[in-house]
Write a protein that binds this ligand. Structure first.
Ligand code: DGY
Length: 418
């Protein structure tokens, strides 16, 4: 156990750039939004000031409209595509123009709750909560203009689950004309069989160019995007973050933030019900452009349990995990292994991700559904023992995939073992 923690800390130290961490050397040489927030949890176990700095740096690059970008390009690095010149957001420190799962609110609340340095935690949380709250409000304003209670993703990269089967059907409506020539760099750092396809990359880039042509004006992007998908996992993270911010703001005597956050969380929980699918026994994505559920049994619909969903739904997710456990060696596969689209090595089309396991286990614990938690956490440890701190792992063979020496994988091991 001590050896594993020491190894995890070494991975985090190697990827530490002082005021932010890179997810891994080479493949991801900048600061990524949800990587940072989840990695801060690991830092907090042994260096609280460093944990707060990680989140402070992330939020220092928030846009005026409230959006917190998905990548901050702190230093130039031509080993990554698409870099700042493709995004063209014209920020003082270049950033992308899209966002990522808003786990920061959850991370701040958790780090605050178990802080040894209470004074520092109060000071930091007081400074960070208004910014995180502005981000949450931005979501419901810019990504839910009709006020449904659920926000849409406008780019698969916003989901964090870049090449999930969930996006396949909606992606057929994203054109590829006019994207021009480009050279991918990810496939020089990682095995191409573990990564998205060239066809997907053309569409990723088409969307970036489309949004750039609209000047990254978030009052226009939602309606102009041919890709508008409502992801239960993403919305669950946002809802949970709103709820955590509400509770912490109350304790810190910030009543307006508390009240507004509670309203957003409650509307979100109520609206999640429209994503439940009784046949599959889990939540599904919704394609906002067609109004129909997307028939794709992915981890997005399991991660929903991270939100304060009703007790009988959490029990349903626990039951669904039992079914999934029968078709894989390691929980939780990012796509149902019995579905024809499942690919055990390819990024979000099958592999296990420790950050998702952590959030699902946390949601089950809160809901009072402990049955599958031991199995999920035990599988995390077995995977790392067998194959090291990889970005993700094959749920059947445990093969390490994507980048190696990965910050948030290490952070999750530190969390699990403490
Ligand atoms: C990538 O480049 O693969 C990232 O996931 C985009 O955020």
């Amino acid at each position: 156990k001590h050896e594993m923690i020491a190894h995890a800390r070494q991975v985090m130290a190697d990827n530490d750039r002082g005021t932010y961490t890179v997810p891994t050397h080479g493949l991801y040489p900048f600061q990524w939004n949800w990587d940072s927030a989840l990695s801060a949890l690991g830092f907090a176990q042994f260096d609280e000031p460093r944990a707060w700095t990680e989140i402070e740096t992330l939020l220092a690059h928030q846009w005026e409209d409230g959006m917190v970008p998905h990548i901050i390009f702190h230093t130039p690095d031509d080993g990554y595509f698409p870099g700042p010149e493709v995004w063209g957001t014209e920020r003082p420190v270049p950033t992308t123009g899209i966002t990522q799962p808003p786990v920061a609110g959850f991370a701040v609340a958790r780090i605050h709750a178990r802080a040894r340095d209470k004074a520092l935690a109060d000071t930091q949380a007081r400074a960070l909560l208004p910014r995180i709250h502005a981000w949450h409000q931005w979501f419901y304003r810019a990504r839910d203009p009709k006020g449904t209670g659920l926000v849409a993703l406008l780019h698969p990269w916003e989901s964090g689950r870049d090449n999930s089967v969930d996006w396949d059907a909606a992606f057929t409506r994203v054109p590829t004309e006019g994207v021009g020539e480009f050279t991918r760099r990810d496939t020089t750092h990682a095995n191409p069989a573990h990564r998205p396809t060239d066809e997907q990359y053309k569409r990723y880039i088409w969307l970036v160019k489309k949004f750039r042509s609209l000047g990254w004006d978030n009052s226009k992007l939602h309606d102009a995007s041919p890709f508008q998908v409502v992801d239960p996992g993403f919305n669950a993270i946002l809802i949970r973050a709103c709820q955590e911010v509400a509770e912490l703001a109350e304790r810190l005597d910030m009543p307006q933030i508390a009240a507004e956050s509670r309203v957003m969380a409650e509307a979100g929980v109520a609206a999640m019900e429209t994503l439940w699918n009784e046949d599959l026994g889990q939540y599904l994505c919704l394609d906002r452009t067609t109004g129909a559920q997307i028939d794709s049994p992915s981890i997005g619909g399991i991660l929903a349990v991270f939100a304060p969903i009703p007790k009988h739904r959490a029990a349903g997710i626990s039951a669904r995990l039992k079914v999934l456990a029968e078709s894989c060696e390691y929980l939780i596969p990012s796509h149902d292994p019995t579905a024809p689209e499942f690919e055990g090595l390819r990024y979000w089309r099958g592999p296990v991700w420790l950050i998702v396991n952590y959030m699902v286990a946390d949601g089950l614990a809160r809901a009072g559904e402990p049955e599958m938690i031991g199995r999920i956490m035990g599988d995390c440890l077995r995977l790392i023992e067998t194959s090291g701190f990889a970005e993700y792992h094959d749920p059947i063979t445990a093969d390490p995939c994507g980048g190696a020496h990965f910050t948030w994988t290490a952070a999750m091991i530190i969390e699990i073992l403490h």
